[in-house]
Design a protein around this ligand. Structure first.
Ligand code: ZN
Ligand code: ZN
Ligand code: FE
Length: 753
């Protein structure tokens, strides 16, 4: 064979192309076109050299991205000429490691249909095998101990491949070629008890701890009120809804109404929990999700869960394996200790989990996914931003719903959900994530970004990192920047950041902000008129305190006709705190205003989880009510102050007039949305900016989100909202990361602020 008529091309592919069956796919395509050359994993992705007749090589280049395996995500594909070697055959070269690894870490994904078929086929050697996986599915991030992604660098390293598995692993034409977690009943992990035993226990009303992909779940029969009540008691979880796992989409539709977009998200390889409107005839114990008209459903996220659901034959509660606010158990000894008082039975196994990865939680808004918690199935796949970071950034997030992020080049790698850092075990997983994810991504950050709040654990940790530059980022600016980055934009926008609390640059607590912002800076144009927050953090746990404060602002706190004062014995003490300013920091938080109204309406005086009062207020709101309380906005210099107390005055007036609570709740929601629109219009008049970004945890409230969005669009605004990371504090790390990178590009100061 001579080089005549042959061409050779070098193809570099970046993106998620390792550990997802990309090389066998390339091999298959080359075989099919009878082309020569090789493929290898390298630090930046996959490199291919392909040689043959020009026409066929062109075909190869054209087909390559089209037929890529389902889990591959190609970001860039470059083709360059290479010198013809005239060597026959196509080979897959061994992984090698040198230089910086820009390769991406794949998330964990649910079983593919081919694997499910095998475990359901009696003649198959993997019949009934709970750890079946292939290059198209299975665990990834949760089992990775190091890079490159090869079996010795996973928690499967202790399991030696049997002869048959080895053949599959080494056969380029096999679906399991180089599938690192490949195994079978003869050589792989084993269950501690059988699926049938676990299923029988669940059917008898017991609580079963199930070791899943990223941690332990606690499961029990969803329609069994006694079992669910037991679980709540033992887990010390009062009201926060439990998620339900269903065997398939048909079972989901028996509990909830499910749109096509929602069904697509439920059945996606990421298998998130999706919040859905509950059907009135849903056979689910009321205590599964009290005080809400929704249910969080998910489809099985592993072959084990699928088998369990097939055996139980009805929906099960599937909630995180922990006690109240602790992190989810994922190490076996720890799970045995902590979950023993809760679970009657353990369905465990001997495949270690390296990294705890919680279930992701989504909603669908306007046919689009709207993340609430981005974790299993999604993390740590990167977000692409249009502008590169000049130096690698580590962003440490916020103290609640913590995530961290690494920014390198045009990628921002937002971590799995880490949680609330005031728990010591969670704080340990925070520091572990900084080290471990940094190592897997092979990033050595030069700068640490963290929240401006001096008392956040994440901030203190960041400030103490040696050999880093340190940048403190204002919380609500980070919210808006995360929304911008999520949309691939850099502003300027009118950023509406509504949340529970964040530390402001004036030392008060913000949470009802309108920032004229870009990625570099911000100018605080408008906010909710500050009120005292008596007792500080305690006010967030006891919404009635905010009711007291707002009534006091109206001169109504001492009136006896409002039930809330009578219900709350420490009413006068709290008023005293607020009036004297003792332990009463000022706040512009919209979250706290929602708390006040929820308490006034008798919805909730004390919460057992963050945001509960506002969530329940939204639940009772009458969807048919179109009136909204008229926002009152004061202007001073060119700053605007929205008067939260005027909303409360309207609430009180309607309460006294006997207007039903659901109608009042709706009018309040509509009024907040109207305040967003009116304030944005005023800022547009002042600044000419006509794009609005909606961020902060309050925008998980669907009524406020959709009403504000509708009103803004009707008045000519372009509206940006979150799609890839949550609007709550889970998105803060992304915002911090892109702000630091943008400041690097802009020099010290940008156009705004
Ligand atoms: Zn598979
Ligand atoms: Zn085997
Ligand atoms: Fe926040």
């Amino acid at each position: 064979m001579t080089g005549r008529g042959l061409i050779r091309r070098r193809i570099d592919v970046s993106g998620i192309v390792q550990g997802v069956g990309f090389r066998p796919y390339v091999y298959g395509l080359a075989q099919q076109l009878a082309l020569a050359g090789w493929v290898e994993n390298n630090p930046s992705g996959v490199r291919i050299e392909i040689e043959g007749p020009a026409e066929l090589v062109d075909d190869f280049v054209e087909q390559l991205p089209v037929g890529a395996p389902p889990l591959a995500a190609i970001e860039e594909l470059t083709v360059s000429p290479a010198v013809v070697e005239a060597a026959p055959g196509f080979r897959i070269l061994e992984s090698r490691r040198s230089g910086p690894t820009a390769a991406l870490v794949a998330p964990d994904v649910a079983p593919c249909s081919a694997c499910l078929r095998e475990i359901r086929t009696p003649q198959d050697r993997r019949f009934g095998y709970a750890f079946t996986n292939c290059t198209n599915c299975g665990p990834r991030y949760s089992i990775m101990t190091d890079i490159p992604y090869d079996r010795p660098n996973t928690t499967m390293s202790a399991f030696t491949l049997c002869r048959q598995c080895e053949l599959e692993y080494g056969d380029p034409t096999d679906r399991r070629f180089h599938a690192q977690p490949v195994c079978c009943p003869a050589c792989g992990p084993r269950l501690s008890i059988t699926v049938d035993q676990a299923a029988a226990s669940i059917r008898r009303g017991m609580i079963v701890a199930v070791k899943g992909v990223g941690g332990y779940h606690l499961t029990t029969l969803a329609r069994d009120a006694a079992a669910v009540a037991d679980l709540r008691g033992r887990k010390h979880r009062e009201d926060k809804p439990f998620a339900i796992m269903v065997g398939d989409l048909r079972a989901a539709e028996q509990l909830c109404s499910v749109t096509e977009a929602e069904a697509g998200l439920l059945a996606s390889p990421q298998r998130p929990i999706v919040l859905l409107p509950r059907r009135s005839d849903a056979a689910v114990a009321p205590t599964v999700a009290p005080f809400t008209t929704e249910l969080g459903l998910m489809l099985p996220s592993s072959p084990l869960h699928q088998q369990l659901l097939d055996a139980v034959e009805e929906p099960i509660v599937c909630t995180s394996g922990n006690r109240s606010d602790e992190p989810i158990a994922f190490l076996d000894d720890d799970a045995t200790n902590r979950l023993a008082p809760i679970a009657d039975v353990f369905l465990s196994n001997d495949r270690p989990i390296r990294t705890r990865v919680d279930d992701s939680v989504y909603r669908v808004v306007d046919e689009q996914p709207y993340p609430i918690r981005r974790s299993r199935g999604f993390a740590p796949a990167p977000l692409m931003v249009p502008w590169p970071a000049a130096r690698p950034v580590l962003a440490l997030g916020a103290d609640l719903k913590n995530t961290i992020a690494f920014h390198r080049g045009r990628h921002v790698f937002v971590s799995h959900h880490i949680g609330d850092l005031d728990d010591f075990a969670t704080f340990r997983s925070f520091t572990d994530a900084i080290a471990h994810l940094g190592r897997l991504l092979d990033i050595e950050p030069a700068v640490a970004a963290f929240d401006l709040h001096p008392d956040y654990r994440s901030s203190r940790h960041g400030a103490e990192l040696d050999d880093f530059d340190h940048v403190a980022v204002q919380h609500h600016h980070a919210h808006i920047a995360s929304c911008l980055a999520d949309a691939g934009r850099q502003g300027p926008v009118i950023g509406v950041a509504f949340d529970g609390l964040g530390y402001g640059d004036d030392g008060t607590f913000w949470g009802g902000e309108f920032l004229l912002a870009d990625l570099v800076g911000y100018d605080r144009r408008a906010w909710f008129a500050p009120v005292p927050m008596p007792g500080g953090d305690q006010a967030a746990r006891q919404p009635w305190r905010m009711a007291a404060v707002y009534l006091d602002a109206l001169g109504e706190a001492d009136r006896a006709d409002l039930a809330v004062a009578a219900r709350c014995p420490r009413w006068d003490d709290v008023l005293q705190l607020a009036r004297t300013g003792t332990r009463s920091p000022l706040t512009s938080s919209v979250g706290r205003l929602f708390d006040a109204v929820a308490s006034l309406l008798g919805v909730r005086d004390e919460v057992s989880y963050e945001g509960q009062a506002a969530i329940e207020l939204e639940q009772i709101a009458d969807r048919t009510e179109t009136i909204g309380y008229r926002p009152v906005i004061d202007e001073a210099d060119d700053r605007l102050l929205i008067r939260g107390d005027r909303f409360v005055a309207d609430v009180v007036r309607d309460l006294r007039a006997g207007v039903p609570e659901p109608v009042i709740a709706a009018r309040f929601h509509n009024g907040i949305a109207d305040a967003v629109v009116a304030t944005c219009e005023a800022i547009r008049d002042q600044t000419g900016t006509s794009t609005v970004a909606l961020s902060g945890g309050v925008f998980l409230n669907r009524l406020v989100l959709t009403a504000a969005q509708r009103g803004l669009r009707q008045t000519g605004f372009e509206v940006l909202r979150h799609r890839q990371v949550p609007c709550n504090d889970g998105g803060i790390s992304l915002g911090q990361a892109v702000i630091v990178a943008a400041r690097d590009r802009a020099g010290e100061r940008g156009a705004i602020g």
